[in-house]
Ligand binder design. Structure first.
Ligand code: AMP
Ligand code: GLY
Length: 435
């Protein structure tokens, strides 16, 4: 794209994912000023943090107009599910400013499990068999559970901060869970509950960027969701990631593209859903066949911290291709090396944890990119301010090499209650790694 004037960009969010977005955007010669709302101690190294919540649309409007913002990039799902794209399109002064993300309707792929499952069925995209129930149809729900074999998968329909999925090993517990969910265990989110067949396989995260007409596939990643080594303990936002994924070779990814990605983009088009943004597809590889577990309308965290460093494209240019519906004119250029990310968390996460502990040693970390998440900067010092504190990312010719560099970097970083999983990538070791 020749002769494009450089742009003022507003990025929404405050996690490690947003630091990775800011890191990439700020490297682009097309980025004049980068603002991050509200940002964190990492994003302030790449641009200017501003004290606005990603869901405060009227404050965002004012800021965009006052600062001549040319493009808005939402990192998390909340502004998208709350309709920021529609908000911009309905406003005469904002409607020509691109927001990289789906409309409210498109964001329902993440905002409502029932909507997503119906979409999958409608477009014949492989997914687990399912049915949806409410308080009024509890009896049918109990019967449906009876017709399945264990384990049982129950999902709150709405957004439940990543906690709305319950997997029960026996029928009695599943029955109780269904009753509790429909009685408000996850508040409004579980007024409707999707029950589905259990898929037995290995998970991966696939990322697509679409302009509504064309799409590009980004590198896939494996996320480590549980808090403990060996995938034990509570579910978290994600404790580490690796890309590329050895068990998702060319043949498998071709199936993913043909059976899942193409019909998803086509399905959105057929339904007249305005979608110019990321589609994050959570997949299960069941005996080399892909099945969709979930859609998200945004990038993953921590997958972004693993996937974005591997992408060599100019990110502002890439988003301009999305905004101008010209993604067919570009290709994703990928660093072939392995990239690993290990999350450093506060002890206690995903339950309760302390904050406000000083973080030291960052300046001694070598050969890693440290993306900051729950980190606050005050009087020249950094303090913990969240459950997931930072994401330590490194490259290597093998998974072991990449991950070993992450752990060497982590050894240099100190704060009270520092916790990380120590087995990221171990389940994926390839023959080269093993030798
Ligand atoms: P979700 O929020 O839908 O991604 O579900 C959270 C986690 O529950 C997923 O990452 C999977 O590990 C697991 N899960 C969800 N649906 C299924 C399923 N049908 N079969 C097996 N595991 C599942
Ligand atoms: N790491 C999973 C997610 O972002 O939802």
């Amino acid at each position: 794209m020749p002769d494009i004037p450089s742009m003022n960009i507003l990025l929404l969010g405050s996690g490690g994912r947003e630091h990775a977005f800011a890191f990439k955007l700020s490297q682009s010669p097309l980025c004049k000023n980068l603002f991050i709302a509200p940002g964190n101690a990492g994003t302030m190294l790449c641009g200017n943090n501003i004290n606005i919540k990603p869901t405060d649309f009227s404050a965002i409007r004012q800021f965009v107009l006052n600062n001549k913002i040319d493009m808005v990039i939402p990192g998390p799902e909340d502004p998208l599910v709350n309709g920021i794209v529609d908000f911009f399109l309905q406003d005469d002064r904002l409607k020509n400013i691109p927001v990289i993300g789906p409309s409210h309707k498109g964001a329902q792929l993440e905002g409502s499990k029932d909507f997503a499952k119906r979409f999958l069925m409608q477009h014949r995209i492989p997914t687990a068999r399912f049915a949806t129930f409410t308080k009024d149809t509890l009896h049918n729900g109990l019967q449906f559970l009876h017709s399945l074999s264990p384990p049982y998968v129950l999902k709150a329909d709405g957004l439940a901060a990543g906690k709305g999925v319950v997997i029960s090993e026996n029928l009695e517990d599943a029955n109780n869970q269904l009753k509790q969910m429909l009685s408000g265990k996850f508040g409004e989110a579980s007024q409707r509950v999707v029950i589905e067949e259990f898929l037995d396989g290995i998970e991966l995260s696939v990322f697509v960027l679409t302009d509504g007409e064309h799409y590009v596939m980004l590198p896939a990643a494996k996320d480590y969701k549980r808090i403990g080594n060996g995938n034990t303990g509570l579910n978290t936002g994600g404790m580490g990631a690796v890309s590329p994924v050895p068990f998702a070779g060319d043949e498998f990814m071709q199936k993913v593209e043909n059976r899942i990605v193409k019909p998803t983009v086509e399905g959105l088009k057929k339904e007249g859903i305005d979608y110019k943004g990321f589609i994050f597809i959570g997949l299960m590889n069941v005996a080399d066949d892909p099945f969709v577990i979930e859609y998200n309308c945004r990038m993953g965290d921590p997958e972004t911290e693993t996937v974005f460093p591997r992408i060599k494209n100019d990110f502002v240019e890439l988003f301009l291709f999305v905004a101008n519906q010209k993604l067919n004119e570009t290709k994703i250029i990928t660093d072939p090396r392995y990239c690993s990310t290990v999350i450093l968390a506060s002890e206690g996460y995903p339950g309760s944890y302390e904050t406000g502990h000083e973080i030291t040693g960052l300046e001694s970390v070598k050969d890693c990119i440290v993306f900051q998440a729950g980190v606050r900067f005050e009087n020249g010092k950094r303090f913990t301010s969240g459950g997931r504190v930072m994401a330590v990312t490194a490259f290597g010719e093998t998974i072991s090499e990449a991950t070993a560099k992450c752990y060497q970097g982590i050894d240099k970083i100190n704060f009270k209650g520092k916790y990380c999983r120590t087995d990221i990538g171990n389940d994926l070791l390839t023959e080269i790694d093993a030798s």
